[in-house]
Ligand binder design. Sequence first.
Ligand code: XLS
Ligand code: CA
Ligand code: CA
Length: 438
Amino acid sequence: MSLFKNLPEIKYEGPKSRNPLAFKYYDAERVIYGKKMKDHLKFAMAWWHNLSATGQDMFGPGTADKSFGEEVGTMAHARAKVDAGFEFMQKLGLEYFCFHDVDLVPEGKDLEETHQRLDEITDYIKSKMAGTPIKCLWGTANLFGNPRYMNGAGSSNSIDVYCHAAAQLKKAIDCTVKLGGQGYVFWGGREGYETLLNTDMKFEQENIAALMRMAVDYGRSIGFTGDFYIEPKPKEPMKHQYDFDAATSIAFLRQYGLDRDFKLNIEANHATLAGHTFEHDLRVAAINGMLGSVDANQGDDMLGWDTDQFPSNVYSTTLAMLEILRAGGLRGGLNFDAKNRRPSYTHQDMFEGFILGMDSFALGLIKAVALIEDGRIDQFVKERYASFDSELGRKIRAGKATLEELSKKAVQAGNTPLPGSGKQEYLEGVINSVLFGG
Ligand code: XLS
Ligand code: CA
Ligand code: CA
């Protein structure tokens, strides 16, 4: 039975197409640098936004009907969401999905009942995956929604809450492994604090690290070979979150010896909330060997919160894809942690959201390749550091120079010349010419 009856399979029709239900740029089979577009862009559907969220906000209830013909909050509804999800992914040619434990099933009266429900639904999901190219990109546990997590999960002051989180985490890893998940995400929604007056920051961070260490040990013990990820975010819901941005999260992972098993899942809207660009956090992750996966969305410059919009800004997707290509691609993928705006409440809007996001990243990929082929930006950056291309420069780069010899060179040189123009305006013009020059 079709749950999206009037919605077709979405095909590539090219940039001139005016069909709202067709891809204009995303051509899954097109080969770029020896790899199909769909393998550069391993798009994933987020179970929570796409199949669960109805547009509810603090001023009013949801506007979108995601009941899929069943009573919300029942196991029949959980199964209907699986049916809807698979039909949706197949119609859009999506090959990956991501989930939280509580996106899959309604929580039971206790952990035992919830675990039984998860066993049942993951059996069902597995049966739907068979014979399709659909795979699990990553799983996670929702350790922030239930009131027991008001003070965090790994950072909670209560050992009972900490153990409950461990039980949820263990089961979410089981489900991820059962579904062949390639990654496991920690997003520390409430792993932070509201006021230092009641907080032992060091104690909390050590406890989070201990929980992550236990998760790695358990995951490896049951055969999980994928990456664990931290997903940085500076704030919301907590005022201060410990995984503020890529740099902070990398320092944390190294501090606690978790950097061999963890990488980062960089979300565009979280980077911008931290006061960075999306490409900044991608670069920080990449140069530290920590770029794992991406949550593809965008925020709104005029709003200070996590709006999780479908990406439409091609300037941003181009610069993001440039970082990803330079990093040699992603072992993870591009998960649309994105939701329709509240007034876009129809099933067709769900399709159009994904078409927008997939086309924006496909165009970003095409334009990033064009920037690389154009060569002017790479050439400029190379020349900008050319003064280090000397014997002394090589000594500095090799860590073999001394302050005394640098000082001697400077004194001998007399008047130190200026370092050369940064030519930002020229470079921005190059980007415009590649993006819009036809
Ligand atoms: C919330 C986060 C969350 C994670 C998974 O802001 O983006 O959805 O991706 O827990
Ligand atoms: Ca978000
Ligand atoms: Ca996210």
